[in-house]
Design a protein around this ligand. Structure first.
Ligand SMILES: C[S@@+](CC[C@H](N)C(=O)[O-])C[C@H]1O[C@@H](n2cnc3c(N)ncnc32)[C@H](O)[C@@H]1O
Length: 209
């Protein structure tokens, strides 16, 4: 589903903070959605208020008074959006999600490790076949999450629209309480700190059972 007129109007809301037009197009073409969530809010919330039946925006009002501004914006559909106001590091861990998400857009705080923390809470809520969308991947703290996600077998990078990455969840991923050994990013240890163990194993191989 895509509506060029709606996207053009949504981009006029706080244009200094807006996602790139092709990124909003790429989001809209994946809709309509039953359940969606985003961190931060803005033009994307206006678009999602049209293409999602139940949208939740985890955001702060901020000095721009963004939530108030959205509620007053002509193209915003208030009936389909719930704002959970506050910093995501406080609101996300406590939020009771009503249904599995078709899409989770991460575009709130970008300081390390806040996108990573949002991912930890939102990824399990996304249904298999749904999307995790990361905006502003030009920022190193966000790109670090992209690097991790690209290596994981539970998701695939489907598209990058300008500076927004669209990952599709292709399987569930439950590592239990830790399970770091099963993550692709941990397949090889950091040589600078692991060479002693590697050398020891080479010189004294464990006897085969
Ligand atoms: C880049 S803007 C979002 C732009 C939006 N996706 C759009 O399409 O216009 C980032 C938003 O995150 C909000 N934000 C910043 N820090 C936050 C935090 N710790 N928790 C929740 N929202 C936060 C800001 O108030 C701002 O609305």
């Amino acid at each position: 589903m895509s509506d060029h007129g709606l996207i053009a109007r949504a981009l006029q809301f706080h244009p200094w903070d807006a996602m790139a037009p092709p990124a909003l197009e790429a989001l809209a073409k994946r809709g309509p959605f039953q359940f969606s969530a985003e961190t931060g809010c803005g033009g994307s919330t206006i678009v999602l208020s049209h293409i999602s039946k139940h949208h939740t925006a985890f955001a702060i009002e901020g000095k721009e008074r963004t939530i108030t501004g959205l509620r007053q914006y002509a193209d915003f559909r208030p009936d389909s959006v719930v704002f959970v106001e506050g910093e995501t590091r406080r609101t996300l861990p406590l939020h009771p999600f009503a249904g599995r998400l078709d899409v989770a857009l991460l575009d709130g705080p970008h300081a390390y490790p806040l996108p990573q923390l949002e991912f930890a809470y939102l990824f399990p809520q996304v249904r298999v076949g749904g999307w995790v969308v990361l905006d502003d991947i030009q920022i190193p703290s966000v790109y670090e999450l992209v690097r991790f996600m690209r290596m994981e077998s539970s998701m695939v990078l489907e598209e990058v629209a300008v500076r927004t990455a669209f990952f599709r969840k292709i399987r569930e991923c439950d590592l239990g309480p830790d399970g770091w050994q099963h993550q692709a990013m941990n397949r090889r240890g950091i040589l600078r700190y692991s060479w002693r163990d590697r050398l020891r194993r080479l010189l004294h191989p464990e006897p085969r059972a």
